[in-house]
Design a binder for this molecule. Structure first.
Ligand SMILES: C[S@@+](CC[C@H](N)C(=O)[O-])C[C@H]1O[C@@H](n2cnc3c(N)ncnc32)[C@H](O)[C@@H]1O
Length: 393
């Protein structure tokens, strides 16, 4: 039986199976977006790449290759010890075993630190990956350790694809460090209360992103899934992946091109189909807002509050829109439903038993968690409440 991508990642997270490696093209596309906005974004900066393995990681290869032309002051990568990674058949590389520092015990139990600074160590006239110097860390390279945290504190910018199983801890660690960062994550993470708050307050935003929000990771695991693109080498296609960052890029300042409400109701086929015969945008039963099921159906001339899907965040331009909250936080409902309540024609009932024909729907609501549209009540996917900025040009 095949697994869905979400099931695959959920299982991976549970098993602490974190070995999913980022492709060069995905790193390059994202970094190019930052460089197009500011060609000096990495100039004279200390760049840290934690949760990596500098010997094979594309992050290290990318930044080492571009070290000189990006004007990086110092590049640091750290890896996590082989013995701390469950389910991995570990063999040290020749690069390590041929080095006089090689230690059979430490190679399994310690993380490693690689540094590239403005020294042409091998004297070949260029500073690149061949000039990386390394040593074992004192611990296993856990990003939460004192030594890796000290590296974070030394760094100006931190970039990585962190372990899925520790994603929330990782972003909190970055915020604590007050660094610029860019990290890969699942788009559902925007719903985490603390992450949403950062996005709402414009301290974190989504990056340029992956084509169709689809990442391709290489993995050493034998995964059996419809999402496996290549057996053996193991390339897994994972939908709903985003970059989370506080580094500026151009897409974030491009206004979304929109039609008026009347134009949408006349020409937007997806919207018209979703309205199922209704002649106007639907209003929620328990939030003072209209439902906008697709980002391209946001009416350009509506002044009030609109509920949009979380995927809209990939198109969010803070000069154009203001985020007010979600159906779970910050934007207050006008009506709340208790858990396990029966709702008849949009009205919560005292008893949740019995039936009244096809207009009766029994729905489980957590207080303030869900919201409804029309009659009979319908539970929607998560919504973000937004409003046009009146001061927008
Ligand atoms: C999703 S993989 C990404 C690897 C690499 N950054 C890349 O994108 O190619 C996350 C890596 O973090 C490592 N890791 C797991 N737990 C860690 C921890 N507590 N501290 C540091 N690294 C950890 C895993 O072993 C894995 O190699």
């Amino acid at each position: 039986m095949t697994q869905t991508a979400t099931a695959l990642l959920t299982a991976a997270k549970r098993a602490k199976a974190n070995e999913f490696y980022t492709q060069w093209a995905d790193i390059e596309r994202e970094m190019n977006a930052y460089l197009e906005y500011d060609a000096d974004v990495f100039r004279d900066k200390i760049v840290l790449l934690p949760c990596d393995d500098p010997e094979w990681s594309n992050f290290t290869k990318y930044f080492a290759l571009h070290f000189a032309n990006l004007g990086i002051r110092k590049l640091i990568s750290t890896s996590y010890a082989a013995d701390s990674k469950p389910g991995i058949d570990y063999q040290p590389t020749i690069f390590e075993t041929a080095n006089p520092q090689f230690d059979e015990d430490k190679t399994r139990t310690m993380g490693k630190l690689f540094v590239l600074d403005a020294k042409d160590v091998n004297g070949d006239g260029v500073i690149d990956i061949n000039d990386l110097q390394w040593h074992y860390l004192d611990g296993d390279g856990d990003f939460r350790s004192r030594e890796v945290t000290a590296l974070r504190d030394e760094a100006d910018i931190v970039i990585t694809n962190p372990p899925f199983s520790l994603w929330r801890e990782f972003i909190a660690w970055l915020i604590d460090g007050g660094v610029k960062f860019s990290m890969i994550g699942n788009q559902n993470a925007v719903a985490y209360r603390e992450v949403f708050r950062l996005i709402k307050d414009n301290q974190v935003w989504l990056g340029k992103g992956f084509p169709r929000n689809m990442a391709h990771f290489t993995t050493p695991y034998a995964v059996h899934s419809q999402w496996v693109e290549q057996e053996g080498e193991g390339i897994v296609r994972v939908p709903g992946v985003q970059w989370f960052t506080n580094i500026e890029h151009g897409r974030r300042h491009e206004p979304l091109q929109l039609m008026t409400m009347a134009e949408n109701l006349k020409f937007n086929k997806k919207l018209i189909k979703s309205l199922d015969g209704a002649k106007d945008y639907l209003r929620y039963d328990n939030f003072d807002a209209i439902e906008v099921p697709f980002s391209d159906a946001i009416p350009s001339d509506y002044d009030g509050v609109m509920g949009v899907p979380v995927t809209w965040l990939a198109k969010y331009n803070p000069d154009q829109f203001e985020i007010l909250g979600t159906d779970e936080s910050d934007y207050p409902p006008t009506k709340t439903y208790k858990a396990k309540v029966k709702v008849v024609d949009g009205v919560p009932q005292k008893s949740n038993t019995g039936s009244r024909g096809c207009y009766v729907r029994t729905v489980s609501f957590g207080p303030g968690t869900y919201f409804d549209v029309g009659y009979p009540v319908r539970r929607m996917y998560k919504r973000i409440f937004i409003r046009h900025r009146t001061d927008a040009s």
